[in-house]
Design a protein. Sequence first.
Length: 179
Amino acid sequence: MHTLLVLSMLACGTSTTETVQIVEPSEEPAPAAEPTALEEAPAVAKVAPDALREVLFKSSGHVRVFNFWATWCQPCIAELPHLARLQAEYPEVEVVLVSLDHRSIGTPRVSGFLKSRGLPLASLMLDAEDPAAAMGEVYGDFPGAIPVTLVVDGDGDLSKAFHRAVTYADLETAVGEAR
């Protein structure tokens, strides 16, 4: 390792002194870094509003539960374990999380958020500049606030809409009614 003394002149006419250490390359390669939570997290797919609308209300032959949430929404976060439990106890029901986080958050951060909480649920992220406004196109009765949970029957018809945080009992009852 060598030390290099650097003098730099600033635009205002003063000077500073900075010491920089130069590290020579070693003969042995550095050990590989352990994968981060973001690298191991399940994928979150971006979806355009028109594609999401098509997915929501298509006939699938089975009950589907779509939960609209965001990483900054405390009531949303509180209900995520109920959704994970529903998926675990009713594997024939498809539970899909749809993040309404701003696109600048990015899918890796949403994925890491879910992974850090042990929530291996199918996940989408609405790809829109203003996700709340785009939700009006996707679901006409969108109240403008989250959480929102939609239970869709096997024919693609809306069976139940929750415009509030849900409990496990809410989900279980709604799924039973949608069958």
